[in-house]
Design a protein around this ligand. Structure first.
Ligand SMILES: [Mg+2]
Length: 363
């Protein structure tokens, strides 16, 4: 079964409110979608990144994929990985490979008329999720409404908010927002924070001690995830889990992060690291080192693969991407109760609503 030339489309969706974390602000989300066909079936994959990812995919990867065997994903994946050597893997090229790889897994499951979770094989039926958003741009009522919706509306007992506002220059507001979040969600729900690398090393340790008073058990990127020594220093100083890994675009990145003892839970993003193929490999690497894994963002891209790995902690039910994936796909998952069950339909169970989302198309 030979692959046809993949088709690419790019969409930009405005956020529903201004959004920022500790080190970046944005007002729209760009999604690059790859569709790949063999026989009567089409697989759909996607990544979140600049429109240039779509150009790169169309110009450099699509011709390479055309004519390959639809069932031999490792061969196609390896050919793509080798072909981008001179372009450089991290960033645009890795996101393009990821979108295509996700499409290839969806296609293979559809060709075999199986749910993707069955093709991969599962070690759990239900995949835990955590609500993620809590942008630093939200006023207190907005933050409270979002957290309330997850914890008391959808009964998701784990939530994450952004801290490190303005590169760590607003620590008092960070702490007061954490305090407010704890009041909203109550003493039982798990409270996580993400500083997106905003703090300096010792600043992160000081903030982390205050966070502990509010029962924060997850401190994501307290310092830059490029500062592996700093992550390790913070990790050794604090009782909460230190987590990072969302900028992992290849397996050696995860190997270095693990070797440095930088994290308690490794975050992996299949829409960046090389698709589901490398997501599963990175998860195995983590398992070999006694670490759990959490899937970063793009929850519908991860659900089936997350069910397949024994060392999964959860997947991130990220506000922006949940919103986009609900808009773009029929078959979106329901996180009520704090888990999703990715065994509906064949493939990943999602169908692109190309007509309905046409207004957002930019390429
Ligand atoms: Mg993060």
């Amino acid at each position: 079964m030979k692959l046809h030339l993949p088709v690419v489309s790019v969409y930009a969706v405005p956020t529903d409110a201004p959004e920022a974390d500790g080190t970046l602000a944005w007002n729209s989300t760009t999604v690059v979608i790859a569709e790949v066909t063999a026989g009567d079936a089409t697989g759909t994959g996607w990544t979140y990144g600049p429109a240039a990812v779509g150009d790169f995919l169309r110009d450099h990867l699509a011709p390479l994929v055309e004519g390959s065997s639809a069932l031999d994903i490792p061969a196609v994946h390896e050919a793509m990985s080798r072909a981008i050597r001179n372009a450089g893997r991290p960033g645009v090229a890795a996101c393009a490979i990821s979108a295509l790889d996700i499409a290839l897994w969806d296609l293979k499951a559809r060709l075999l008329e199986l749910p993707l979770a069955r093709l991969l094989g599962s070690c759990r039926e239900r995949v835990p999720v955590y609500g993620s958003g809590g942008f630093t741009t939200y006023h207190d009522k907005h933050l409270a409404a979002q957290l309330n919706g997850w914890v008391h509306g959808q009964h998701i007992p784990r939530v994450k908010i952004k801290i490190g506002e303005d590169w760590g220059r607003a620590v008092l507001r960070d702490i007061s927002r954490v305090e407010g979040a704890r009041q909203v969600i109550g003493p039982e729900a798990e409270l996580y924070v993400d500083a997106n690398g905003a703090y300096t090393r010792k600043q992160a340790v000081r903030v982390g001690r205050s966070l502990a008073e509010h029962g924060v058990g997850w401190f994501e990127e307290p310092v830059s995830s490029d500062d592996l020594t700093g992550l390790r220093l913070v990790r050794d100083a604090l009782p909460c889990d230190i987590t990072a890994g969302e900028y992992g675009y290849d397996l050696p990145y995860f190997a270095r992060m693990i070797a440095a003892g930088a994290v308690d839970c490794l975050q992996i993003d299949a829409t960046r690291c090389g698709g589901l193929t490398d997501f599963l490999r990175a998860a195995a690497l983590a398992q070999a080192h006694g670490l759990q894994v959490s899937a970063h963002c793009a929850p519908h891209a991860h659900a089936a693969a997350a069910a397949a790995i024994p060392n999964l902690r959860h997947i991130e039910w990220f506000h922006d991407h949940v919103r986009v994936e609900d808009m773009f796909f029929d078959g979106a998952l329901d996180p009520t109760g704090g888990t999703v069950t990715p065994t509906h339909g064949i493939g990943h169970g999602l169908t692109l609503r190309a007509e309905e989302v046409q207004e957002y198309r930019v390429a």
